[in-house]
Design a protein around this ligand. Structure first.
Ligand code: SAM
Ligand code: SF4
Length: 326
């Protein structure tokens, strides 16, 4: 079992398949020229499967594939197929632009639920936020996935002045559609020009929704990062990921493996542990994994606290989100 110095059991692994993406979400990818990692720096399929198996042997029960965009990787289908044989709860976070090409593979690998990113319900704004004209494809694919019976969570990063006035439109979508909208507080990463004025907090979101709807608190699952809510007579529900204003670090069970094979024991950790180089040298990587998890900071990578107004982004050391994997 992988346990950290604060006695938290780590049984959930998020694997980034690539830092490449076919969208350019401004909060994720730095504006200045970003060079995607060359292929030889990325974990190859067999390396991913080997490391994933090792994590599973050591107690990991759930694996989420992410990116960049996981489905732009050429061998994504083969990786999904191989990981589907590990007998864990397998899922994926995707921008859904290419998901229509993978329905059979997802089904065969036993993937039943997907997290999909969509920050606006307006076609023109989608282009502004992502710098790509893919809104119709994403909406069509969401309908396709629902028709195939996948359980969907829709990730919405809320940024003040950008899409905060669409919160009620997203809630209206849940009236007849069995999706969970997950509003995510905007987080600081390298190159994304975060500042606290752009952050809409959990409480501010609840105030906006509460003026129009009667909200009920729903049961959370163990290790849940989101606070869940329901609205009477709505087929869907909503949740808020309040990383900044109300972090959930005390129940964290997450391990992140970057596309270049490094462990990040926290989304905000500045330290990384290079598994891929050690693996390629034929070394035993388990002690590296155990040591990395053990040393995890109690909260937010040891870099800041929930007093987010005090964050000086110049002092944060991290990758950009696209190179971490969310
Ligand atoms: N390409 C896939 C997608 O967009 O779903 C997977 C990778 S993406 C990095 C994973 C998640 O991180 C997405 O839901 C995205 O919205 C979220 N994300 C990226 N940058 C963020 C930020 N600065 N604050 C909060 N969430 C962020
Ligand atoms: Fe790509 Fe996802 Fe980042 Fe958007 S959030 S740029 S879709 S990796």
């Amino acid at each position: 079992m992988l346990i950290d110095q604060h006695n938290r059991i780590h049984d959930y692994l998020r694997i980034s398949l690539t830092d490449n993406c076919n969208l350019r979400c401004f909060y994720c990818m730095p504006e200045e020229d970003y060079a995607f990692m060359p292929n030889q720096r990325l974990m190859q399929k067999d390396e991913i499967v080997h490391l994933a198996s090792l994590f599973v042997q050591n107690g990991v029960k759930k694996i989420r594939l992410t990116g960049g965009e996981p489905l732009v990787r050429k061998d994504a289908a083969a990786i999904i197929k191989a990981l589907g044989k590990l007998g864990v709860n397998l899922s994926m976070t995707t921008n859904a632009t290419r998901v229509h090409l993978f329905i059979d593979e997802l089904n065969q690998a036993g993937i039943q639920s997907l997290n999909i990113s969509l920050d606006t319900l307006q076609k023109e704004k989608f282009q502004l936020l992502t710098r790509r004209d893919q809104f119709n494809q994403v909406k069509t694919n969401i309908d396709l996935l629902l028709a195939h019976g996948f359980k969907l969570k829709i990730n919405v990063v809320v940024v003040k002045g950008m899409n905060d006035h669409e919160i009620l439109d997203f809630i209206a979508w849940t009236k007849d559609t069995p999706i969970q909208i997950r509003f995510i507080e905007f987080m600081p990463f390298d190159g994304n020009k975060w500042n606290s004025d752009k952050l809409l907090t959990l409480q501010e979101m609840l105030n906006i929704i509460g003026k129009e709807y009667k909200i009920a608190t729903a049961m959370s699952e163990p290790n849940d990062t989101s606070k869940r809510y329901t609205i009477e007579n709505h087929a869907g529900s909503f949740a808020v990921i309040s990383t900044m204003s109300a972090p959930f670090c005390n129940t964290c069970n997450r391990i992140r493996l970057t596309a270049d094979g490094k462990i990040k024991n926290c989304l905000f950790s500045s330290e990384e542990t290079d598994l891929l180089t050690a693996l390629r040298k034929g070394e035993n990587v388990l002690p590296l994994i155990e040591d990395s998890i053990y040393k995890k900071h109690r909260e937010l990578g040891g870099q800041f606290s929930k007093e987010f107004e005090k964050i000086n982004t110049d002092l944060l050391h991290n990758r950009s989100m696209i190179a971490i994997g969310g």
